[in-house]
Design a protein around this ligand. Structure first.
Ligand code: MTE
Ligand code: MO
Length: 379
């Protein structure tokens, strides 16, 4: 069985599916650490985890340039200049379970935990490609293939624009470390590509082949999945060839604590009762989070959260931001006993989350970035 050699996983990762293994950590724990602990980082596998030994591992690079294809070993990649970047990786289907409540979508029912933030280290892809003589070209693509094979022996694959791969500020890495540890098998041992600011699906794990090409990857996941559509497009009308593959992700945020349905204590202060709310926010394309707004009265009053984030320039701000807010609670809200808290984030382009899922609904349930709304009980 191809499933006989799956790795051990942390007991707190709750599977959305077991074969292939897909799981997110308890969302209540996500905002506890700026760098998500490796063993609690969500796992999204489409296929069985391949078995790769360091001795056998090879990465093939075909650039179509005058130079012959290059084969790199793990030692060869480790010998290149080492570069680190803090980047969140988020699945295109993160928060799908909220969108499907509006109207059913097809896909794994992710909560808000199909995201994690880590320090990734490895060689820069731009250095390797430049060394091979690859010249900037706005029309070309870089295709990545994994060692994980589907039942017809086709590998998992994805592609990104060549411009992103060659941009030194793009920070695309051939990564061998996650938070200063060697990559675990679930996260792509021994090498995965990290494409900061870009949807999880393009961050190909167990990377075995890189091809510079005139076309995007022809893989299922590039062509017929991970694309957005109009709310009026359904399975009988959808034409995947008509939509662009998702690359940079839109701005989003989520409330990690309190959890929906939980009983929340009101803190007594000299200026009245308050509840403390904590969560994450992130935007794709290196756009920094500039503000997170919270309301507990359906938007009549907003409260600006305090941000915890790395000091990185805008356009290269790939890590997530954690945030904390203290929300005042009125006497009437205390008497009523119920509170609904909403969060929305704003990025450096002043993009803001849409209020409702209704107008961004799409049949695959991707890009689910409406306000995060959490209802709690006050005690
Ligand atoms: N790479 C390979 N080879 N196979 C996969 O199934 N899944 C992709 C991406 N890279 C995948 C892959 C998807 S959809 C996501 S969201 C991220 O890996 C998840 O990365 P993680 O499991 O390290 O969190
Ligand atoms: Mo994903």
């Amino acid at each position: 069985s191809p499933w006989a050699q799956e790795p051990q996983r942390h007991a707190l990762l709750k599977p959305a599916s077991k074969r292939p293994f897909n799981a997110e950590p308890p969302i209540g724990m996500l905002a506890e650490n700026f760098l998500t602990p490796n063993e609690l980082f969500y796992v999204r596998n489409h296929l069985p985890v391949p078995v790769i030994t360091e001795a056998e591992y090879e990465l093939e690079i075909e650039t179509g340039c005058a130079k012959p294809p290059l084969t790199l070993t793990l030692a060869g990649i480790r010998a290149l200049p080492k570069h680190s970047v803090t980047a969140a990786i988020m699945c295109g289907g993160n928060r799908r379970s909220e969108m499907t409540k509006f109207k059913a979508v097809k896909g794994l029912s992710w909560g808000a935990g199909a995201v994690g933030n880590a320090k990734w280290s490895g060689a820069r892809l731009c250095d390797v490609l430049a060394q091979q003589g690859v010249k900037p070209d706005e029309t070309r693509h870089v295709i990545f293939e994994g060692a994980d094979l589907d039942p017809t022996s086709h590998p998992y694959g994805a592609s990104i624009p060549l411009a992103k791969a060659l941009d030194p500020r793009g920070d695309v890495l051939l990564a061998y470390e996650m938070n200063d540890e060697p990559l675990s098998r679930d996260h792509g041992y021994p090498i995965r590509v990290i494409v900061p600011g870009t949807v999880g699906a393009r961050n190909v794990k167990w990377l075995t082949r890189i091809v510079v090409a005139d076309q995007e990857s022809d893989s299922h996941w590039q062509q017929n999945d991970y694309k957005g559509f109009s709310p009026s497009t359904d399975w009988d009308t959808v034409d995947f060839s008509k939509s662009d593959a998702i690359q940079a992700m839109p701005v989003t945020s989520a409330i990690c604590t309190p959890q929906p349905g939980s009983r929340v204590r009101v803190d007594e202060d000299k200026d009245g009762g308050h509840v403390t709310v904590r969560g994450y926010a992130w935007s794709g394309g290196g756009r920094k989070i500039v503000r997170v707004d919270l309301t507990n009265d359906e938007g009549q009053s907003w409260h600006v959260a305090e941000l915890e984030q790395e000091d990185q320039p805008d356009g290269r701000h790939y890590g997530w931001s954690l945030w904390t807010a203290r929300l005042p609670v009125t006497e009437a809200q205390r008497k009523g006993g119920d509170l609904e808290i909403w969060a929305k984030a704003v990025d450096s382009a002043y993009n803001v989350q849409p209020e409702k899922f209704e107008h961004i609904w799409n049949l695959r349930g991707v890009l689910a970035n409406a306000y995060h709304k959490v209802r709690v009980k006050l005690v």
